[in-house]
Design a protein around this ligand. Structure first.
Ligand code: PLP
Length: 376
């Protein structure tokens, strides 16, 4: 049996519906910023219990627009060093100074303590990244700390479609949340992104920024330095149809995670990252920390070559302060991120994964760990 690293799930009925809607859009000539985009925005906002959503061309654009709307230029913005490069790029492109902070070893995300250690009198915002879809149980403490220090909290929720904590969804804990619809994410539109917020002023700013800084779609008065950050109607219908699957996808993914939890109990040397939260992760990633001494590269090679199991990409393989492009923003060691980034692996989780596939991954892991520890 082969288990791929990722599988993008568009059931036949969805593909047919998207094809038919695409044909209608092409016939209508209304190819961008139309009714389908507005419907996608309304559905995405409703699915996360928030009043406003703005669809944009990517998750990176969503982050940059939020940060521009919050006027961070010239100030410090705290970002976890364990994140995708896009989080750092968005901060820099919005004109802010990037301050990289360490993460917690249990959640792989910022904690109240790592945020506190990174705040300066010039900090205007903190970007919290819900790594692997998990909303840290420290979220309320982080929010309180930000409020006390007069700092805005922004969520990079690119991993966290539909994830919740204490009955609230990703995107609702800070002033705004940025989501991505890149193909590997839990909901995809091919390419695309979404801004969620309860702040009407920020929503209005985002509408202006995404369309070349124009005061309105039909006019030609440019009041801000915007960009071509629109989402096309073709992408919007793809995302809209995919979004309807979200609840079902989350059920499958929780089932996969529960089966991994139980199976990993019997495998010595592999510790799942299990965090008790008052909510639900979408299990964008299922994180496992092999004990020191089990080499990640060898484990992945063994799983792929001998068992046909491809692990999914790490989150992340290396922290930003160790990436060449972010060298100017590196200020010494951030030891927890360095350790978890170097060691962890992500088991495959697909929105249509079968129990037989999960069991094959578990059996392969057991065999691979045994082979690797025998050779030591
Ligand atoms: C995918 C991702 C992004 C960027 O999203 P795009 O849609 O690819 O621009 C930003 N942050 C994180 C954490 C991501 O995983």
């Amino acid at each position: 049996m082969q288990v791929p690293a990722a599988r993008i799930v568009f059931p036949e009925a969805d593909r047919a519906e998207i094809a038919s809607l695409t044909s209608e859009i092409l016939a209508s000539g209304a190819l961008t910023l139309g009714a389908h985009t507005r419907e996608f925005e309304a559905s995405f906002a409703a699915a996360h219990g928030l009043p406003f959503a703005v669809a944009v061309s990517s998750g990176t654009a969503a982050l940059e627009i939020i940060l521009r709307g919050l006027d961070v230029a010239g100030s410090d913005v705290v970002v976890p060093t364990n994140t995708f490069a896009a989080t750092g790029f968005a901060v820099l492109r919005a004109g802010a100074n990037l301050v990289l902070a360490d993460v917690d070893s249990k959640t792989f995300a910022l904690s109240a303590a790592t945020v506190a250690a990174a705040l300066t009198p010039r900090t205007r915002a903190v970007v919290l990244v819900h790594i692997g879809g998990l909303i840290t149980p420290e979220i309320d403490d982080i929010r309180t700390l930000c409020d006390e220090r007069g700092v805005l909290l922004v969520e990079d929720a690119a991993h966290a479609h539909g994830s919740s904590h204490d009955g609230r969804y990703a995107g609702s804990f800070g002033v705004a949340g940025a989501f991505s619809f890149y193909p590997t994410k839990v909901v995809t539109s091919g390419e695309g992104g979404m801004i969620l917020t309860a702040d009407e002023r920020l929503r209005d700013e985002a509408l202006i920024f995404r369309d070349q800084g124009k005061a309105g779609f039909l006019g030609n008065v440019h009041i801000k330095q915007g960009y071509a950050w629109r989402l096309s109607e073709l992408h919007a219908v793809t995302g809209l149809v995919h979004l309807r699957r979200l609840a079902g996808f989350l059920d499958v993914r929780s089932g996969v995670a529960a089966r991994y939890n139980a199976g990993l109990d019997d495998i010595d040397g592999l510790d799942p990252i299990l965090v008790k939260t008052g909510g639900r992760s979408n299990f964008y990633k299922y994180l496992v920390l092999p004990r020191p001494g089990i080499d990640r590269t060898r484990l992945k090679k063994e799983l792929k070559e001998r068992h046909g199991v491809s692990l999914s990409g790490e989150v992340y393989e290396a922290p930003l302060h160790q990436q060449p492009v972010f060298e100017p923003y590196a200020r010494g060691s951030l030891p927890v991120a360095e350790d978890v980034c170097a060691r962890h692996v992500c088991l495959p989780v697909h929105s249509d994964m079968t129990e037989a596939e999960v069991d094959h991954v578990l059996a392969s892991l057991a065999a691979a760990v045994e082979t690797l520890t025998m050779r030591i």
